[in-house]
Design a protein around this ligand. Structure first.
Ligand code: FAD
Length: 307
């Protein structure tokens, strides 16, 4: 019940200002956010790489309100690519980009976002890596998938993300799997209306399994984005049944969540990619992590109270 309330709060500017400024917030935030700058985050990336983990990097920020802000977000990714280049990690360190950060919600936003993200994908390609387009709220899905499709004409390794809570996603999976692309499947982290999305957790999980089956049986590269032990086991089983080798799919989890399980899967020979978010604009990302697990909220409130 708490989840939807926290998700609504994640859109409040007043709360954003209050919570972002509270000094005691920081230790809790640090569990999920790897650093405030690329320089502060680079050591964590190298450590994870040396432990056999792969990463996808997210420069935090979303819902930009003017083109200059979108340009700044694009430049933050270009700076990240400059730092990644010498590390020579190739696709072991890719990037996740939110198109709302690239200006998608502005007037003429589809084209602005396409132009900005194209610059990032070109630079990523030049250092031997790639980009995955994060999924945001349902009103953006058509534009995001159209941009994904346009990018794949020149950069076929560009990844898409689909959310099992949306009714449309099984069909999207069918199309994406047939096209051979890299597809991350997640449950979905936004507050969506009953007209477009399953509201019941069990329905979302069942839809996840249906979508995963389509992806595993298809021609693409499935990326299983979940911490759910049941879905991870089902993912392994479906991959095996579809005749996939360990290199033909991967698991993905968020930085700071089920870290021991991340290491366990990597040690078993699975490709395990950690989604590492960094930057100063962490509020929306952090609130979605709280909404996913009420126990995180209790921990957060205790920290605010100084206990
Ligand atoms: P759940 O049933 O929520 O969790 C299963 C178990 O995992 C829980 O019992 C708990 O032990 C642990 N767990 C899960 N979440 C937390 C948490 N926040 N804190 C502590 N423990 C937790 N969503 C989008 O809408 N768009 C995206 O682009 C997107 N990208 C993602 C990328 C990756 C790599 C991952 C892993 C998730 C992404 N998500 C994205 C979030 C996703 O939609 C879910 O909200 C999130 O993964 C929680 O669902 P779950 O599958 O882990 O299952």
């Amino acid at each position: 019940m708490l989840g939807p309330v926290i998700l609504a709060a994640s859109r409040s500017d007043a709360l954003r200002r209050t919570i972002s400024a509270a000094p005691l917030t920081k230790p809790v935030v640090r569990r999920f956010i790897a650093g405030e700058s690329v320089e502060a985050t680079a050591p964590a990336i190298e450590t994870m790489a040396s432990q056999g983990l792969e990463v996808t990097l997210d420069v935090l920020g979303e819902d930009v309100t003017d083109p200059a802000e979108a340009t700044r977000s694009r430049d933050a990714y270009l700076r990240l690519i400059e730092v990644l280049g010498p590390l020579q990690l190739g696709e072991r360190a890719e990037m996740s980009v939110k198109l709302s950060c690239m200006g998608q919600a502005l007037d003429g936003g589809h084209d602005i976002a396409l132009k900005n993200v194209t610059a990032i994908v070109e630079a990523a390609n030049a250092i031997g890596t790639t980009v995955t387009l994060d999924a945001e709220d349902h009103t953006t899905v058509d534009s995001t998938l159209a941009i994904h499709s346009a990018l794949r004409e020149r950069f076929p390794r560009t990844g898409a993300v689909v959310q099992s809570y949306l009714f449309r996603t099984e069909e999207d999976c069918r199309r994406l799997a047939a096209a051979g692309s890299r597809v991350r499947l997640v449950k979905g982290a936004y507050k969506e209306p009953a007209s477009v999305a399953y509201q019941d957790k069990a329905e979302v999980d069942k839809a996840y399994v249906r979508c995963l089956r389509v992806l595993m049986e298809g021609d693409g590269y499935p990326m299983v984005g979940s911490h759910d032990p049941r879905l991870i086991a089902i993912g392994q089983e479906l991959a095996q049944r579809a005749g996939r080798k360990l290199a033909d799919y991967e698991f993905q989890m968020l930085y700071g969540i089920r870290t021991a399980e991340q290491h366990r899967l990597a040690a078993e020979g699975h490709r395990m990619r950690v989604y590492v978010a960094y930057g100063t604009d962490w509020y929306g990302y952090f609130m979605r992590r709280l909404a996913e697990r009420p126990a995180n909220l209790a921990f957060f409130l205790r920290s605010l109270a100084g206990r």
